[in-house]
Design a protein around this ligand. Structure first.
Ligand SMILES: [Zn+2]
Length: 127
């Protein structure tokens, strides 16, 4: 595989990121409802199954699942937004730590990557 990030690859990655973004927004909509306290923030939907103890238990159970899923989706969405922003301002594919180009192969596998493999590996070793 080519290891150079050309415009064609970036265009493909951008299309992929936009498609993922749509999908994630859909998923978030499915499990969220507008938060009454913060109008621009979506909270996990609290399901209503009934008033029996087991129904209440199921509501709480599903609520925490939705809540956890929603957090993951929001994080992914933020990663995608960040990658799209970097494509717009021309810094996409540059490692944020060592400022070297990130391998095209890595970006195709993980389009939201903002660090090259060696920096990423180093960070994980230090954790
Ligand atoms: Zn790096």
């Amino acid at each position: 595989m080519e290891n150079v990030l050309d415009k064609k690859i970036i265009a493909e990655i951008k299309a992929d990121l936009l498609a993922r973004k749509e999908q994630i927004l859909d998923n978030i909509k499915d499990i969220s409802q507008p938060d009454s306290h913060e109008s621009d923030h979506l909270g996990a939907k609290f399901p209503e199954y009934g008033d029996k103890a087991d129904e209440n238990a199921q509501e709480i159970n599903d609520y925490s699942t939705n809540s956890a899923t929603e957090k993951v989706l929001e994080k992914t969405l933020a990663d995608i937004e960040g990658a799209l922003k970097r494509i717009e301002n021309g810094t996409y594919g540059i490692c944020k730590y060592c400022h070297q180009p990130i391998a095209a192969k890595r970006l195709q596998a993980r389009p939201v990557a903002s660090a090259c493999i060696s920096c990423k590996t180093e960070l994980q070793e230090n954790e």
